[in-house]
Write a protein that binds this ligand. Sequence first.
Ligand SMILES: Cc1cc2nc3c(=O)[nH]c(=O)nc-3n(C[C@H](O)[C@H](O)[C@H](O)COP(=O)(O)OP(=O)(O)OC[C@H]3O[C@@H](n4cnc5c(N)ncnc54)[C@H](O)[C@@H]3O)c2cc1C
Length: 385
Amino acid sequence: MLRQYGHSTAINQAPWRDTCADVVLSHLQLPSIAKMPDKLSYDIVIIGGGIAGLSAAQEASRLGHSVVVLEAQSGLAMGASGRNAGILCAGINMPITYTPKGSAAERLWQQTHEELLAVLAEASQSSTLLDVRRIGAMCLATSKTAAKRLARETKARLAAGMSAEVIGADDVDQLASGFLDVKDVHAAMLLPDEGAVHPLTLLATVANGARRHGAQIYGDARVEKVEKSAGGYCLQTANGKTINCRSVISAVGPIENATGRIFALAFDVEIPENCPVWWDANPYIYYDYRPGNGCLTVSGGRYGAPGTDALDATYHKNMAAATRRWVPSLKKIPKYCWAVDLHVAADLLPEITAQGENWLCIQGLGALGVLPGMVLGKQAANLIV
Ligand SMILES: Cc1cc2nc3c(=O)[nH]c(=O)nc-3n(C[C@H](O)[C@H](O)[C@H](O)COP(=O)(O)OP(=O)(O)OC[C@H]3O[C@@H](n4cnc5c(N)ncnc54)[C@H](O)[C@@H]3O)c2cc1C
């Protein structure tokens, strides 16, 4: 399927399915719940097979509980977790200095940093499917005000036990091996532990971790009804299956109840090896740039209106133009352009809420939710068991 890009066309999907091994894709396939017997019974039902739901499934099954994941789509990776920009980044979708003091979200900064280190350790195992590269990330300030804000942000990250340092334009130039035009850079915050993940390899790895501990994962299993029953809950899927359980974790993700449209594109371009991820410190631009897997992937910027693609071509052209300001040698047009409707808001905080007795919801992951989703998935599993 092709998407309009100016007078040309681009592939209308993320590059991930074209850039991973067939074995990874095979782990994303799911048996259809339609073929399963009715009235299955489990300790815990997890609604949604994105990174949050799969992380909850892995943890709950590791703790010895019988677990099923019910995924609405026919396979994994069709929600936000399979169509994101592949930046592996600790924290939540706002500066650490803006995160409410004493909140659970504030603790997520350190917790996601620890999760990041765990993912990096897993990726270094020889038998892993996981494609993660610790290339570092640079937040680039192009004004004195942004540079001052970065200095405060760096201090706050260090105080939270994370790694961060302020560097100059020359350092940025060197880290990117001359790939970026750094003439407007005043200063940068370098986050040495962050980097790039191939999203499908992460989903396949976590799904396999859950399966190894006995969790079952079914596709074509959109949950339409959750009702209280004598032993806990009774769930019904759109195709008429009934599942009984003691506890429920909802992890339906940010594509439900979308409030904005996020855009992304990828150029197929040669990039110096180990060039870090980078993004603009200016919150009114805020594009993210992720080198790797044969592409320069770009996401973010201003959100569009959900439910319409009328302005997609304009958003994508602005995004490509912003990329060329950093990489003037980039003459190509993007190979991939895609857009995803998401629930996003400036003050959105990732959280676990109680929907009922033994029924937890993971929500608020928005546009930066991979590591927070992993952390909250595990926390939800521990709370519910
Ligand atoms: C373009 C884009 C770029 C992004 N870039 C990054 C990035 O670089 N780094 C980062 O950390 N984050 C990024 N994000 C955000 C990140 O992808 C999400 O925050 C995260 O993946 C959310 O995970 P999740 O498991 O909650 O949701 P999802 O991955 O959406 O999973 C939820 C699942 O629930 C299923 N579901 C929904 N309703 C039901 C139902 N009733 N019954 C059964 N199943 C149901 C859906 O089909 C879906 O598979 C980006 C997002 C987008 C869209």
